[in-house]
Design a protein around this ligand. Structure first.
Ligand code: ADP
Length: 489
């Protein structure tokens, strides 16, 4: 693979509005930093409410204009063309993502097959708005037609921890259903979303169907959440921001989809196959440097194997290769930013005071000191009421919590305001079912962690938000039902 910096990563990126790449109204720009080196990659545009105004108007025009005349078959063909174009350019996209947010190439390139499945899934869903007739009970001379109609203009506000994937949770269902989109990537990692959008235009997506406004959350995100011309907002990010979006969206009672953080429990029983559970649960926290909403950060381990598990987890953590994502063999890259580094170090300090540090806890030095690297970190004998077990850290920090019985495991697992995900490792079928049913979360993994099938999807409950990504529910959330009653007399 060509590892030189792609030509796309230079100069100042513009905004995509109505099919044109345009300057932001403010004339301001934001630095795009490589978190592995601290070096400037290029600049992105600092959009604001005026750009959102233009983008929403373009999205509305496209929604009511040419895009509304696309048939389901036309949208399917378009999604398949987008699929081919994205896959043909995937090595470049993966490298852009690695440079911009730090994840190793092994991870960013590894999305390829998954993304192919995701795009093909949404292509298969373009008929979801088809008409259905309803048998009527009120009178024999009546009939009714039920259509599923596209909700309109969708605002997508996404985080920096995986924008190459995150963009598709907006674009996939929007293209499948006939909605139009205004995407707002995170200020810390916008480049892959911009390149994805450019490639989509090359693949023939009509002007205005997708628009991208980069910039800060308080400017662009807030304006999108407030805008009365936006019918739905899909948001992935933190709880506090979600609360601001809920308030801002009240003006036109926008439909919302919120996928927020977690403090997900990953429960290891004494009868588990530790050869699978140790690496599985470890990477359930450490992958993407812990910057994963579903990360299994509270590892609940049955007391009989707590010490052995902790020792094996520390040994596993020692083997993890941390470094620049471009280096072959790198398994974990840097954190996204100086701000995130400070936040994670702060929690590591708290953990050191509250619990028993078994491995890690340090920022990396030497030639990695330029970037935002920390060690994968394991705290043992953690109590569930400790800060490191209650608050989302969004870094590679595992809290291992001992428990005795199934009931206690479930009580601890559910003693959190969050409800995004959870895991259970056991060879006992009954334990697997009891615990996976008992965890109050939208997603549970048994003897695995983090697997997501685009056709099945995932989502959360409690303070982890509502709405579903992937599967038919996701497609239907971009549609609303409409009944037409007909008097046949
Ligand atoms: P984090 O703190 O992990 O960066 P955020 O929830 O702040 O998570 O960010 C997720 C996305 O939300 C980013 O694109 C960010 O710019 C955006 N955002 C931040 N603040 C607001 C806001 N007040 N309104 C709308 N979007 C926002």
């Amino acid at each position: 693979m060509d590892m030189s910096t792609p030509a796309f990563v230079q100069g100042t990126k513009k905004l995509l509005i109505g099919g044109q790449w345009v300057e932001p109204a403010s004339g301001q720009r934001i630095e795009a930093i490589n978190p592995a080196t601290g070096e400037l990659l290029c600049h992105i545009a600092q959009g604001d409410a005026q750009d959102v105004e233009r983008a929403v108007a373009a999205a509305r025009r496209a929604f009511e204009g040419p895009w509304s005349r696309f048939t389901a078959h036309g949208r399917r063909k378009l999604l398949l063309r987008v699929h081919d174009t994205i896959l043909d350019n995937f090595d470049e996209l993966a490298l852009i993502e690695t440079l911009d947010m730090g994840a190793p190439l092994a991870r960013t390139r590894g999305y390829k097959e998954w993304l192919s499945q995701l795009l093909q899934f949404y292509a298969s869903q373009t008929g979801a708005g088809s008409v259905a007739t309803s048998p009527m009970s009120i009178a024999p001379n009546f009939t009714a037609l039920k259509h599923l109609m596209p909700v309109g203009v969708v605002g997508g506000i996404i985080p920096w921890n995986g924008p190459l994937m995150g963009s598709w949770w907006i674009y996939g269902p929007a293209l499948a259903t006939g909605c139009t989109a205004v995407l707002k990537p995170a200020e810390d990692a916008s480049l892959s979303s911009l390149r994805v959008s450019e490639l989509m235009m090359e693949a023939g997506v009509p002007d205005g169907v997708i628009n991208v406004v980069t910039g800060y959350g308080k400017d662009v995100g807030q304006a999108l959440a407030e805008h009365r011309g936006v019918d739905r907002v899909a948001f992935t990010g933190s709880v506090g921001t979600a609360q601001a979006i809920v308030r801002a969206s009240a003006g036109n009672l926008k439909r919302l989809q919120l996928e927020l953080g977690g403090k997900s429990p990953d429960i290891v029983f004494a009868d588990a196959d530790l050869d699978r559970a140790v690496p599985g649960a470890s990477m359930g926290v450490f992958t993407n440097t812990g910057q994963v909403c579903v990360a299994g950060t509270r590892i609940l381990v049955q007391r009989a194997i707590h010490d052995e598990f902790v020792q094996r987890m520390a040994a596993f953590a020692k083997t993890i290769k941390i470094g620049d994502g471009r280096e072959p063999g790198t398994q974990i890259g840097p954190l996204i930013s100086q701000r995130q580094l400070e936040r994670v170090m702060h929690y590591m300090e708290i953990g050191g005071q509250e619990a028993e540090l078994v491995h890690g806890g340090q920022r990396l030095s030497g030639n990695l000191a330029r970037g935002f690297f920390v060690e994968p970190t394991v705290f043992a004998n953690v109590r569930n009421d400790m800060t490191i077990a209650q608050e989302e850290i969004f870094g590679p920090v595992a809290s291992v919590i001992p428990f005795d019985t199934v009931d206690e495991a479930l009580q601890l697992a559910n003693d959190t305001p969050y409800g995004l995900a959870g895991g259970v490792w056991t060879r006992n079928l009954s334990t697997a079912h009891t615990v996976s049913q008992g965890i109050r979360s939208g997603t549970v993994w048994v003897n695995c962690y983090g697997v997501i099938d685009p056709a099945v999807g995932f989502g959360g409950t409690k303070m982890s938000g509502y709405g579903w990504k992937g599967g038919k529910e996701h497609v239907e959330s971009f549609l609303y039902p409409k009944a037409t009653y007909i008097n046949l007399d």
